[in-house]
Design a protein around this ligand. Sequence first.
Ligand code: SF4
Ligand code: SF4
Length: 381
Amino acid sequence: MAECSSYRTEDVSSALENALEPLGGFGAFVSPGQNVLLKVNLLSKAEPDRAVTTHPEVVRALIHAVRSAGGEVSVGDSPGGPNTPAWVRQIHQTSGIAKVCAEENVPLLLFDDDPVRVTTHDPALFGAFTIGRAVAQADVLISVPKFKTHGFMMFTGAVKNLFGCIPGLEKATFHLKVPGRNEFAEMLVDLMRVCRPALAVMDAVVGMEGDGPAGGHPRKIGALMASADCAALDVVASAMAGFDPMEVYTNRAAANRGLVPTTADEIDVLGVPWRELAPPDFRLPASDPMSRMPSWLNDAANAHLLARPEFTGAVACTLCGTCRKVCPVGAVDLGSDGPAFDRSACIRCYCCQELCPPQAITLHVPALGRLAARMLPRKRP
Ligand code: SF4
Ligand code: SF4
C-alpha cells in the first residue's frame, strides 16, 4: 500500500515502486521476455476525472514498469455494452487510454475480437468461460481496477474487474444464468481461477463513492494498492471504503472457499497502514440491506428490498437505446421520453444504470428496503 497524492506521472511511478517494493519489486512478478497483459477497467465512455475507468497515468506507470523488468506489454478490456467499433473507439479515446497506448506504442486490445474457451478444475458453478485469447495466453496477467462502489456487488475491485475478460454482451448473459448476487459472485471467483492474475494494482488515487460503478461521485483517496492476491486486495480496499468486507459479495464468495480472511485486520498489509488512507465517511451505494441478510432470504426478498432502476427525467435521456440493448431480460421499454421498466421482469442487475451514457437512470430503494437498512446497521471495520 502506497500513498499517491496525484496523477502526475512522477507521483504515480514512485507510488507504484513504493507499493511493489515490499512485495519484492516488479521483478518478482515479471521476467525478461514475458508477455504481460494489463487488464484495465474501461466500463463505459467517461473522462478520466469522472473516476469510472482506470486512470491513464496508472496505466502509463505500469507500462514503464513492465518494460523496465524486460517484459512485453499490452493493454486490454471488453467494456460493457454492445461494443460496436464506434462505441469502443469512444471509450478508448474518452478514457485517455488510447492516447497513452499510442504515446507508449503499446497494443490496446478489445477482447471481443479474439475469444477463446478456457476451463478451470475447481469450479463452484462454472467450469469453463469464454475469455479474450490475450488473457488466456498472457504469461503475466495484471488486474488494474479502479476503487469504486458497485450497486450489484457492493464494491468492484480486482476480482470484479476480471469480468471484463469476457467478451461483449456475453457478460450480460451471466445475469440470466446466475441472477442471484451470491451465485454471481461465486461465478466471478470461478472466473478469477480461470484467468489466474499474477498481480493486481488498484487505482485508488481518486475512487468513486455513492452509486458506482458509473453513477457515483469521484472521491480523492490518495492510494495505490498492489497485491499478488486479488481477493485479499479487495478485502482491504472495501474495508477502507467503510464496508464490513463480508458485505461485498465477491469477498464473501472468496472467503467461503477459504481463499481469503473475512477481515482486513487478518491480512498483512505492507507499506502504509490501510486505516491511514481510508477516506472518512465514504458514501456507500444506495442503501442495500441484502448484503447484511442471510443468503437464503436473498431471492425471496429481491423485489421488496432491492434498489430498482428508475428514470425520473432529472437528467435527459438521449434515446440512445443502450439500456434496452444491455438488459438481459428485456425489461426495458423505450418510449419517446425515455425508458420504462417492467418491475416484475427486472432482475436488479443494474446493467442499464451502469451503462447509460448520460447517467439518466438512477437507483431507487423501496420503502421496505430503507426500513430494513435502518434495522440492520452496518458493522464498520
Ligand atoms: S431493467 Fe436494468 S436492472 Fe432490470 S434487469 Fe434490465 S438491465 Fe437489469
Ligand atoms: S436512459 Fe440512458 S441508456 Fe437508456 S436510452 Fe436514455 S440515454 Fe440511452
